[in-house]
Design a protein around this ligand. Sequence first.
Ligand code: ASP
Ligand code: ASP
Length: 494
Amino acid sequence: MRWGCLKHFISTADTTRDEIQELVSWAKEHIDPFLRREQVHHDKRATLLFAEPSTRTRGSYELAAKLTGFEVDPVTGAEATSLMKEESLSATARMFARYHADILVIRTSLAGGARWVAEMLGRYGYHTAVHNAGDESNQHPSQAILDLLTLRQEFGRLENLTIGIVGDLKNSRTVHSLAWALRGFPGIRLVLVSSPEVALQPWYTEGLEVTVSDSLDALAGCNVVYVTRVQRERFANAYDYARVRGKFVVDATVLERLGPNVKIMHPQPIADGEVAPEIWSHPQVIMDQQAQLGVPARMMLLRRSLKYLPQPPEVEGVSPREEQVSDDHAAQTIARKHDASLRYIPLETGTVIDHLGGRAVPAIKACLGIQDHELDRHQVDVIGGLETRQLPSGCKCIIRLNGRFLTPAERAAIAFLAPTATFNEIRDGRRIKSKVRDPHMLRGAGQCPNPACVTRHDPEAALHPAFHGAGDGDQLVWCHYCEQRFPREQLFAN
Ligand code: ASP
Ligand code: ASP
């Protein structure tokens, strides 16, 4: 799994299809011990830190932990902790690690909170494993495992299924985790039914066969329909919530239209009658069986972490490598090369950032804290419209910093914003040209634009923002913690 997630269980985006398949098979093996109420004993402690409401996830994690032989400390509700006094998630989690939690199961209203805690505890030298039991609207990965286990029990397979997903697809973390987990299984077709305001963001279903609709009629032919509630707590105001609530109700008429073979799932709670009460006891509605399978699914996950507990956590991430491309004596090489369009004085001492696409320039200026008054004082020149064969557009910009040298962190950040950038440092008549290779991850710079991201709330997390780039050609980057995607330029927008 990517990002050292064998021990922690943070996001289904970390797993491959084979790993998911293996997890579901292991979970299946826990159904019998669960039904027999078999108990094992060891001296490990699981702390359940739930800062948002939960019935099933908390209840089933607690039972699963007891059945797996853990001593369990449930810490439920933000009001049960100093989170209510605005203590940070980092400080709260660290305390429980200090009290010898071997596994910390976290539910948090901060997107990316669980990943952040897992990494932070590793930095402090704790061996505590972290399970994400729901981080704001981002991920609920153990729910995806129990959802897949349910499909496997009902249909005997995880391939060749047409799965309708209905409701608030934008804010439902269970949908995000499920969509990532289904990736790579052959013959999976998703039929996504929602109001356009709460449609699923397209990156969750890249590579899957998808039909998008705003009508329940599109569900004809589905093997299973996975209904979700409109996530009221994620809406900025009552008006936005009122616009989308109650639009899709699966009731007796809909069920009849879908036929006798379809199964109806729901992660629960049902908040607004989106599965009508008249069919709750219908044999095709399997949401309680689904919730019950949360126990063996979580027993499996806890045992799996147990296996990896003695190992220190890995610190993930790709560090950019810097490479010196050339070193020459011609301080004015760059100037001469662009003779035809030379509109600036050759640089004596400082840095020329070359091979920039125009779109990255405002973000680079913001990242370097370059204000327009500096431009006026001729400390900085931004020169655009220069010809180049290095960029597909045939056109580049350069930024010339008079008397300024960049730190490695600044160079890494610029290369992340503009992967084609080359850096020319000019000192005493010598030019050293370098490039940052593999700038696929940026750490410690930029700000995630998602207001719910843990890096916007937890003061310690704010010091360690991290972003992944999807590739040179792709302008979208994604936050390592909250997993939201946005254009590169927004990293330094504030
Ligand atoms: N399945 C959800 C959970 O346990 C529903 C609930 O909390 O009631 O988190
Ligand atoms: N119980 C699920 C969750 O915690 C679904 C929901 O709350 O709607 O995400």
